[in-house]
Design a protein around this ligand. Structure first.
Ligand code: MRU
Length: 369
């Protein structure tokens, strides 16, 4: 994606050839700041404190965290210790484990300097693969948007999204937003309803920022507005991302996604989930019972950060002092509320059969399962 004419990914190796740079997402939309990561501990902190966030980008950052750890000490002990440290940063997005497993497999047989080189090569490959995967998700999702556009010629296709599943959540392109960028670039009339996404406001701060920089028409709405919009025919489709999707098509995504899926179901609005294969957890069958839901600090609920009219960034308390607050980061939308899964291999029903039709190598008995 381009920011003021310069193409950026969300993560890259710095000019020194080993440290890593990221876009500090805690500063957006008010400041576009690049932050250096110089160790695995820096990478872990960036993930935990959400300087980087979004399932694919968490995985990419962990991969480079492992590279920097091995550069300091390429031993098996350090590999395992760093793997565990990075894995513990955030529990819900399965891309983190997928990426760390891929890294460990790629470097295990190499020793010393060769191990460090293998690690950086694998991290770069994972990032490139993520970009290509998201591009294909965009192409596959574009066909759906085009279908809706053709059914209402000359009119705008209104798409509702939740949280941020755009290029800031991935290495480039995004998952849920990739079809929207492609539709806009193809000249289709699209408009996006952006859920603000309390408590951290990824919609208002990040999705709106991205869409605005790309010139995609959009409107920020409070999280509670979706049902009303759908009831009044103002939403043609929903597209969201996911942090972990079970082998049966249950979808964990940012808290509030489930309510949007219920409203979409009640109002006959198609509800699509866009995801790369790295977000599928083939070991799970029941998302509601089996997916670990991250709980974050209640302070994210009781306080908000923003910019004053004078331009100062301030954090203010918005609740009655002393009231308890709870902060579940994600919820699970059962597969029956999902119209389709948009992946890099195509679109399928949210079910075991649907996923296996796209990923036949995962069928029981297949040596790659
Ligand atoms: O807590 P976050 O900001 O990491 O949550 C991000 C989401 O819920 C995204 O929708 C999800 O990771 C998909 S990103 C392509």
């Amino acid at each position: 994606m381009k920011i003021d004419g310069t193409h950026y990914r969300t993560i890259w190796v710095a000019n020194d050839g080993w440290s890593v740079e990221i876009i500090d997402q805690t500063k957006l939309p008010h400041e576009f700041a690049v932050a250096p990561l110089r160790s695995a501990e820096d990478a872990a902190r960036a993930i935990k404190d959400m300087l980087v966030r979004g399932a694919p980008l968490i995985g990419a950052t962990a991969a480079y965290g492992l590279c920097m750890a091995l550069r300091e000490d390429a031993s098996d002990e350090n590999l395992d210790r760093t793997y565990d440290m990075l894995l513990a940063t955030r529990p819900t997005a399965v891309n983190l484990k997928w990426s760390l497993d891929a890294m460990r497999d790629a470097v295990r047989s190499a020793g010393g300097n060769a191990r460090v080189e293998a690690a950086y090569a694998e991290a770069a490959r994972l990032c490139d693969e993520d970009v290509e995967t998201c591009r294909k998700i965009g192409e596959n999702g574009l066909r759906i948007v085009r279908g809706i556009a053709e059914a209402k010629p000359g009119e705008t296709v209104n798409i509702l999204t939740h949280c941020n599943a755009g290029w800031l959540a991935c290495v480039d392109w995004g998952t849920a937003l990739a079809p929207i960028y492609m539709a806009h670039d193809a000249g289709l009339l699209v408009h996006v309803w952006v859920d603000e996404t309390r408590p951290r406001n990824q919609g208002a701060s990040l999705t709106a920022f991205e869409l605005g920089r790309h010139g995609v028409p959009h409107t920020i709405v409070p999280d509670n507005a979706g049902g009303h919009l759908m009831q009044h025919g103002l939403v043609d489709m929903c597209i969201v991302g996911t942090d972990r999707t079970t082998s049966t098509g249950d979808v964990a995504n940012k808290i509030g996604t489930y309510l949007k899926a219920l409203a979409a179901d009640a109002n006959g609005v198609p509800f699509y989930v866009a995801l790369p294969h790295t977000t599928i957890d083939w070991t799970l069958k029941d998302g509601v019972r089996e997916i670990e839901i991250e709980q974050r600090s209640p302070r994210e609920v009781t306080h908000m950060t923003g910019r004053t009219d004078k331009g100062d960034i301030v954090t203010v308390e918005i609740s009655a002092p002393g009231s308890a607050a709870v902060n579940y980061g994600f919820d699970v939308t059962p597969a029956r509320f999902v119209t389709g899964l948009i992946t890099e291999r195509g679109v399928a029903p949210a079910s075991r059969e649907g996923l296996l039709s796209l990923y036949p190598e995962k069928k029981a008995g297949n040596k790659n399962a």
